[in-house]
Write a protein that binds this ligand. Structure first.
Ligand code: DX5
Ligand code: ZN
Length: 219
């Protein structure tokens, strides 16, 4: 049985440092494998969230890998800051690079800084557009909601995208993000996903049960 990696989204815990510390400890204690640190600065999305300044203190109390999802324009400006703060995975949005040469440069720089490079593909982007960039990344982050907020319903168009990326590359890690629960998560894993991001489903339910459910361990 394939090991399903669960990456709990930081978004529901908000921008208050103590609630972030408490939530990170809770998801870590109840089996999450990574912390999906969602970053919004009001440029690519209208909402704003916690940013790299929170990471050092958060990492003091947790051994979870920080799976950072930068929903920001010009992410190249902050790569060093996330590397220094302790990010382990850094995913940038495909859509913010008008010149795709900058995208390749950014993905190479993320790796040079010692982090795993992820390419996040938003809901309305045609997945074939990213085919030629898969060789530069460790991970493709497929959005199953429009990037910008938690609690949105899963968009099943993500399933076809997962299958496409899996078919293009048997080894790249595939992470899915948005509206993931035990039912939608199982469909994503069957389609080829390795990592499930979940925000509201974990936050609004019993932490242990929700994480076990995402791992396909309930029932
Ligand atoms: C949305 C974020 C997601 C979101 C997931 O822009 O990238 O990570 O927090 O939250 P749920 O699981 O509630 O859709
Ligand atoms: Zn995210």
């Amino acid at each position: 049985m394939k090991k399903i990696v669960v990456s709990a989204s930081s978004l529901p815990a908000g921008r208050n440092m103590s609630s972030q510390i408490e939530y990170l400890a809770r998801v870590g204690n109840f089996g999450a494998d990574m912390y999906h640190f969602d970053v919004m600065d009001g440029t690519y999305t209208k909402n704003k969230s916690a940013d790299y300044t929170y990471i050092p203190q958060l990492k003091e109390g947790s051994t979870l890998l920080f799976d950072c999802h930068l929903m920001v324009n010009e992410p190249q400006k902050v790569l060093n800051k996330y590397a220094k703060a302790g990010a382990n995975i850094l995913s940038v949005q495909y859509e913010v690079f008008l010149d795709k040469k900058d995208l390749i440069k950014t993905l190479k720089k993320i790796k040079k800084l010692g982090m795993m490079a992820g390419l996040a593909v938003d809901l309305n982007t045609d997945i074939v557009e990213v085919d030629k960039f898969i060789k530069y990344v460790d991970l493709v982050l497929i959005m199953s909601v429009k990037a910008g907020k938690g609690g949105q319903p899963f968009d099943k168009s993500a399933i076809k995208k997962i299958k496409h990326v899996r078919q293009m590359n048997p080894n790249v890690l595939i992470e899915v993000d948005g509206g993931i629960n035990d039912v939608t998560g199982a469909k994503c894993v069957t389609a080829g996903a390795d990592i499930l991001v979940s925000g509201n489903y974990i936050y609004n339910n019993d932490t242990y049960e929700a994480i076990q459910g995402l791992k396909g361990k309930n029932g």
